[in-house]
Design a protein. Structure first.
Length: 277
Protein backbone atom coordinates (compact mmCIF):
# COMPACT_ATOMS: atom_id res chain seq x y z
CA UNK A 1 0.00 0.00 0.00
CA UNK A 2 1.18 3.50 -0.85
CA UNK A 3 0.26 6.74 0.88
CA UNK A 4 -0.88 9.41 -1.56
CA UNK A 5 -2.84 12.61 -1.84
CA UNK A 6 -5.84 12.06 -4.07
CA UNK A 7 -7.00 14.54 -6.69
CA UNK A 8 -9.15 16.26 -4.06
CA UNK A 9 -6.05 16.97 -2.01
CA UNK A 10 -6.93 14.48 0.72
CA UNK A 11 -4.59 11.89 2.20
CA UNK A 12 -5.35 8.39 1.02
CA UNK A 13 -3.86 4.94 0.52
CA UNK A 14 -3.75 2.94 -2.73
CA UNK A 15 -2.78 -0.61 -3.55
CA UNK A 16 -0.93 0.65 -6.64
CA UNK A 17 0.29 3.92 -8.05
CA UNK A 18 0.96 4.27 -11.77
CA UNK A 19 4.76 3.88 -11.32
CA UNK A 20 4.02 0.68 -9.36
CA UNK A 21 2.12 -0.69 -12.34
CA UNK A 22 5.07 -0.03 -14.64
CA UNK A 23 7.48 -1.69 -12.20
CA UNK A 24 5.32 -4.82 -12.33
CA UNK A 25 5.03 -4.83 -16.14
CA UNK A 26 6.24 -8.19 -17.43
CA UNK A 27 6.84 -9.42 -13.87
CA UNK A 28 3.45 -9.85 -12.25
CA UNK A 29 0.05 -10.39 -13.81
CA UNK A 30 -2.69 -8.16 -12.43
CA UNK A 31 -6.47 -8.39 -12.58
CA UNK A 32 -9.19 -5.91 -13.47
CA UNK A 33 -12.98 -6.10 -13.57
CA UNK A 34 -15.76 -3.58 -14.07
CA UNK A 35 -18.13 -2.83 -11.20
CA UNK A 36 -21.54 -1.17 -11.50
CA UNK A 37 -22.72 -0.93 -7.89
CA UNK A 38 -21.70 -1.35 -4.26
CA UNK A 39 -22.49 -5.09 -4.15
CA UNK A 40 -20.24 -5.86 -7.12
CA UNK A 41 -17.56 -3.66 -5.57
CA UNK A 42 -17.69 -5.57 -2.28
CA UNK A 43 -17.31 -8.81 -4.23
CA UNK A 44 -14.30 -7.42 -6.13
CA UNK A 45 -12.64 -6.22 -2.93
CA UNK A 46 -13.20 -9.50 -1.10
CA UNK A 47 -11.91 -11.42 -4.13
CA UNK A 48 -8.74 -9.26 -4.06
CA UNK A 49 -9.11 -7.88 -7.59
CA UNK A 50 -6.25 -5.46 -8.25
CA UNK A 51 -7.84 -2.79 -10.45
CA UNK A 52 -11.44 -1.64 -10.84
CA UNK A 53 -13.15 0.26 -13.63
CA UNK A 54 -16.53 1.89 -13.23
CA UNK A 55 -18.81 4.60 -14.59
CA UNK A 56 -17.68 8.19 -14.16
CA UNK A 57 -20.98 9.06 -12.44
CA UNK A 58 -20.81 6.45 -9.63
CA UNK A 59 -17.19 6.85 -8.56
CA UNK A 60 -18.14 8.15 -5.11
CA UNK A 61 -20.26 5.07 -4.41
CA UNK A 62 -17.51 2.72 -5.57
CA UNK A 63 -14.73 4.55 -3.72
CA UNK A 64 -16.76 4.41 -0.51
CA UNK A 65 -16.47 0.60 -0.66
CA UNK A 66 -13.10 0.14 -2.39
CA UNK A 67 -11.21 2.67 -0.31
CA UNK A 68 -7.71 1.54 -1.31
CA UNK A 69 -8.17 0.13 -4.82
CA UNK A 70 -6.88 1.74 -8.02
CA UNK A 71 -10.08 2.88 -9.76
CA UNK A 72 -10.49 4.01 -13.34
CA UNK A 73 -13.58 5.99 -14.31
CA UNK A 74 -15.03 5.39 -17.78
CA UNK A 75 -15.98 8.57 -19.62
CA UNK A 76 -18.92 7.84 -22.00
CA UNK A 77 -18.00 8.00 -25.68
CA UNK A 78 -20.94 10.09 -26.90
CA UNK A 79 -22.15 11.98 -23.82
CA UNK A 80 -19.36 14.56 -23.82
CA UNK A 81 -18.60 16.14 -27.19
CA UNK A 82 -15.86 18.74 -26.85
CA UNK A 83 -12.42 18.43 -25.32
CA UNK A 84 -13.44 20.82 -22.57
CA UNK A 85 -16.52 18.75 -21.73
CA UNK A 86 -14.45 15.57 -21.62
CA UNK A 87 -11.85 17.28 -19.43
CA UNK A 88 -14.53 18.61 -17.09
CA UNK A 89 -16.11 15.14 -16.68
CA UNK A 90 -12.66 13.62 -16.16
CA UNK A 91 -11.70 16.12 -13.47
CA UNK A 92 -15.03 15.59 -11.72
CA UNK A 93 -14.43 11.82 -11.70
CA UNK A 94 -10.93 12.32 -10.30
CA UNK A 95 -12.25 14.68 -7.64
CA UNK A 96 -14.83 12.05 -6.66
CA UNK A 97 -12.16 9.43 -6.05
CA UNK A 98 -11.00 7.99 -9.38
CA UNK A 99 -7.27 7.49 -10.00
CA UNK A 100 -7.51 7.52 -13.80
CA UNK A 101 -10.03 7.84 -16.60
CA UNK A 102 -10.85 5.61 -19.55
CA UNK A 103 -11.74 6.94 -22.98
CA UNK A 104 -12.19 5.34 -26.39
CA UNK A 105 -11.56 8.68 -28.07
CA UNK A 106 -8.66 9.64 -30.36
CA UNK A 107 -5.00 10.26 -29.46
CA UNK A 108 -5.76 13.99 -29.72
CA UNK A 109 -8.24 13.72 -26.85
CA UNK A 110 -5.83 11.54 -24.88
CA UNK A 111 -3.10 14.14 -25.36
CA UNK A 112 -5.43 16.95 -24.30
CA UNK A 113 -6.27 15.14 -21.06
CA UNK A 114 -2.70 14.06 -20.44
CA UNK A 115 -1.47 17.64 -20.81
CA UNK A 116 -3.74 18.47 -17.87
CA UNK A 117 -2.18 15.68 -15.76
CA UNK A 118 -5.16 13.37 -16.17
CA UNK A 119 -4.03 9.69 -16.16
CA UNK A 120 -5.63 8.09 -19.21
CA UNK A 121 -6.47 4.52 -20.19
CA UNK A 122 -7.07 4.37 -23.94
CA UNK A 123 -8.79 1.62 -25.94
CA UNK A 124 -7.57 -0.22 -29.06
CA UNK A 125 -8.51 -3.35 -30.97
CA UNK A 126 -12.21 -4.11 -30.92
CA UNK A 127 -14.13 -1.06 -29.75
CA UNK A 128 -17.74 -2.28 -29.89
CA UNK A 129 -19.19 1.24 -30.22
CA UNK A 130 -17.07 1.75 -33.34
CA UNK A 131 -17.78 -1.67 -34.86
CA UNK A 132 -19.94 -0.19 -37.62
CA UNK A 133 -16.76 1.51 -38.85
CA UNK A 134 -14.36 -1.38 -38.33
CA UNK A 135 -16.37 -4.25 -39.83
CA UNK A 136 -18.49 -5.62 -37.01
CA UNK A 137 -17.58 -7.55 -33.90
CA UNK A 138 -14.35 -9.23 -34.94
CA UNK A 139 -10.79 -9.94 -33.85
CA UNK A 140 -7.92 -7.60 -34.67
CA UNK A 141 -4.24 -8.09 -35.44
CA UNK A 142 -4.55 -11.42 -37.25
CA UNK A 143 -2.77 -10.19 -40.39
CA UNK A 144 0.68 -8.64 -40.62
CA UNK A 145 -0.79 -5.41 -41.99
CA UNK A 146 -3.31 -5.03 -39.23
CA UNK A 147 -0.78 -6.02 -36.56
CA UNK A 148 1.55 -3.29 -37.82
CA UNK A 149 -1.31 -0.80 -37.83
CA UNK A 150 -2.10 -1.72 -34.24
CA UNK A 151 1.53 -1.22 -33.21
CA UNK A 152 1.42 2.26 -34.70
CA UNK A 153 -1.83 3.01 -32.86
CA UNK A 154 -0.37 1.84 -29.56
CA UNK A 155 2.68 4.04 -30.10
CA UNK A 156 0.39 6.97 -30.92
CA UNK A 157 -1.43 6.49 -27.62
CA UNK A 158 1.88 6.19 -25.79
CA UNK A 159 3.17 9.40 -27.40
CA UNK A 160 -0.13 11.11 -26.58
CA UNK A 161 0.48 10.42 -22.90
CA UNK A 162 -1.73 7.40 -22.11
CA UNK A 163 -0.38 5.20 -19.33
CA UNK A 164 -2.44 2.16 -20.34
CA UNK A 165 -4.54 0.72 -23.13
CA UNK A 166 -7.48 -1.63 -22.99
CA UNK A 167 -6.59 -4.15 -25.70
CA UNK A 168 -9.77 -5.88 -26.79
CA UNK A 169 -9.88 -9.05 -28.93
CA UNK A 170 -6.39 -8.70 -30.39
CA UNK A 171 -4.41 -11.74 -31.52
CA UNK A 172 -2.42 -12.96 -28.51
CA UNK A 173 1.02 -12.95 -30.11
CA UNK A 174 0.38 -9.58 -31.71
CA UNK A 175 -0.45 -8.07 -28.34
CA UNK A 176 2.52 -9.83 -26.78
CA UNK A 177 4.96 -8.20 -29.20
CA UNK A 178 3.29 -4.82 -28.88
CA UNK A 179 3.26 -4.97 -25.08
CA UNK A 180 6.97 -5.76 -25.00
CA UNK A 181 7.75 -2.85 -27.28
CA UNK A 182 5.54 -0.12 -25.84
CA UNK A 183 5.76 1.75 -22.58
CA UNK A 184 2.12 1.11 -21.80
CA UNK A 185 0.22 -1.07 -19.34
CA UNK A 186 -1.68 -3.40 -21.64
CA UNK A 187 -5.03 -4.58 -20.34
CA UNK A 188 -6.12 -7.72 -22.14
CA UNK A 189 -9.84 -8.19 -22.71
CA UNK A 190 -10.22 -11.23 -24.92
CA UNK A 191 -6.64 -10.82 -26.18
CA UNK A 192 -4.99 -13.87 -24.67
CA UNK A 193 -2.40 -14.14 -21.93
CA UNK A 194 0.25 -11.65 -23.05
CA UNK A 195 -1.20 -8.46 -21.57
CA UNK A 196 0.01 -6.96 -18.32
CA UNK A 197 -3.50 -7.10 -16.85
CA UNK A 198 -6.21 -9.70 -17.38
CA UNK A 199 -9.65 -8.10 -17.64
CA UNK A 200 -13.16 -9.50 -17.83
CA UNK A 201 -16.59 -8.01 -17.20
CA UNK A 202 -18.28 -8.95 -13.94
CA UNK A 203 -21.38 -10.16 -15.82
CA UNK A 204 -19.29 -12.51 -17.96
CA UNK A 205 -17.22 -13.82 -15.04
CA UNK A 206 -20.38 -14.69 -13.12
CA UNK A 207 -22.34 -16.00 -16.10
CA UNK A 208 -25.15 -13.48 -15.77
CA UNK A 209 -26.25 -14.33 -19.32
CA UNK A 210 -26.48 -17.68 -21.05
CA UNK A 211 -24.96 -16.35 -24.27
CA UNK A 212 -21.50 -14.86 -23.70
CA UNK A 213 -19.47 -12.74 -26.08
CA UNK A 214 -17.25 -14.97 -28.21
CA UNK A 215 -14.07 -13.90 -26.40
CA UNK A 216 -15.50 -14.22 -22.86
CA UNK A 217 -15.85 -17.15 -20.48
CA UNK A 218 -17.51 -17.59 -17.11
CA UNK A 219 -16.73 -19.16 -13.75
CA UNK A 220 -20.36 -19.54 -12.65
CA UNK A 221 -23.87 -19.73 -14.11
CA UNK A 222 -25.76 -17.04 -12.27
CA UNK A 223 -28.35 -16.94 -15.05
CA UNK A 224 -29.54 -20.37 -13.92
CA UNK A 225 -30.06 -19.06 -10.40
CA UNK A 226 -31.89 -16.04 -11.80
CA UNK A 227 -34.09 -18.32 -13.92
CA UNK A 228 -34.79 -20.44 -10.83
CA UNK A 229 -35.69 -17.34 -8.81
CA UNK A 230 -38.02 -16.19 -11.60
CA UNK A 231 -39.66 -19.61 -11.72
CA UNK A 232 -40.15 -19.70 -7.94
CA UNK A 233 -41.58 -16.16 -7.91
CA UNK A 234 -43.98 -17.00 -10.73
CA UNK A 235 -45.10 -20.15 -8.93
CA UNK A 236 -45.73 -18.20 -5.71
CA UNK A 237 -47.67 -15.41 -7.44
CA UNK A 238 -49.85 -17.94 -9.28
CA UNK A 239 -50.67 -19.60 -5.96
CA UNK A 240 -51.51 -16.20 -4.47
CA UNK A 241 -53.70 -15.30 -7.44
CA UNK A 242 -55.70 -18.52 -7.10
CA UNK A 243 -55.99 -18.46 -3.30
CA UNK A 244 -56.80 -14.73 -3.03
CA UNK A 245 -60.00 -15.26 -5.02
CA UNK A 246 -61.46 -17.44 -2.23
CA UNK A 247 -63.01 -16.54 1.14
CA UNK A 248 -60.43 -18.48 3.13
CA UNK A 249 -57.38 -16.74 1.70
CA UNK A 250 -55.87 -15.52 4.99
CA UNK A 251 -54.75 -18.29 7.40
CA UNK A 252 -56.34 -18.22 10.84
CA UNK A 253 -53.01 -17.58 12.56
CA UNK A 254 -52.57 -14.40 10.46
CA UNK A 255 -56.00 -12.93 11.26
CA UNK A 256 -56.38 -10.26 13.95
CA UNK A 257 -59.20 -11.36 16.28
CA UNK A 258 -61.71 -9.46 18.40
CA UNK A 259 -63.22 -11.47 21.26
CA UNK A 260 -66.95 -12.17 21.31
CA UNK A 261 -67.65 -9.82 24.22
CA UNK A 262 -66.07 -6.81 22.54
CA UNK A 263 -67.60 -7.78 19.23
CA UNK A 264 -71.07 -7.90 20.79
CA UNK A 265 -70.64 -4.50 22.45
CA UNK A 266 -69.32 -3.03 19.20
CA UNK A 267 -72.25 -4.33 17.14
CA UNK A 268 -74.82 -3.15 19.68
CA UNK A 269 -73.40 0.38 19.80
CA UNK A 270 -72.84 0.44 16.06
CA UNK A 271 -76.47 -0.44 15.36
CA UNK A 272 -77.64 2.44 17.56
CA UNK A 273 -75.34 4.84 15.74
CA UNK A 274 -76.47 3.59 12.35
CA UNK A 275 -80.17 3.78 13.32
CA UNK A 276 -79.78 7.38 14.48
CA UNK A 277 -78.83 8.57 11.00
Amino acid sequence: MKKIYNFSGEQAVRNYTIPDLFKLKGKKKLTQINVKNSIETKIAVEANIDLLITGYNIVKEIRNIAKNKFITAAIPFTKFKTNDEILSASLEALENGADAVYTARSPRVVEYLSNESVPVMAHLGLIPRKSIITGGLRAFGKTSEEALSLLKSFKQMENAGAFSVEAEVIAEKTLGFISQNCNLITISLGSGNNGDVNYLFMDDICGENKDLPKHAFSFAKVYKLRDKIYSEKLKAVKKFSKKAKTNNFVPQNKIVQINSTNLGIFKKKAIKILNNK
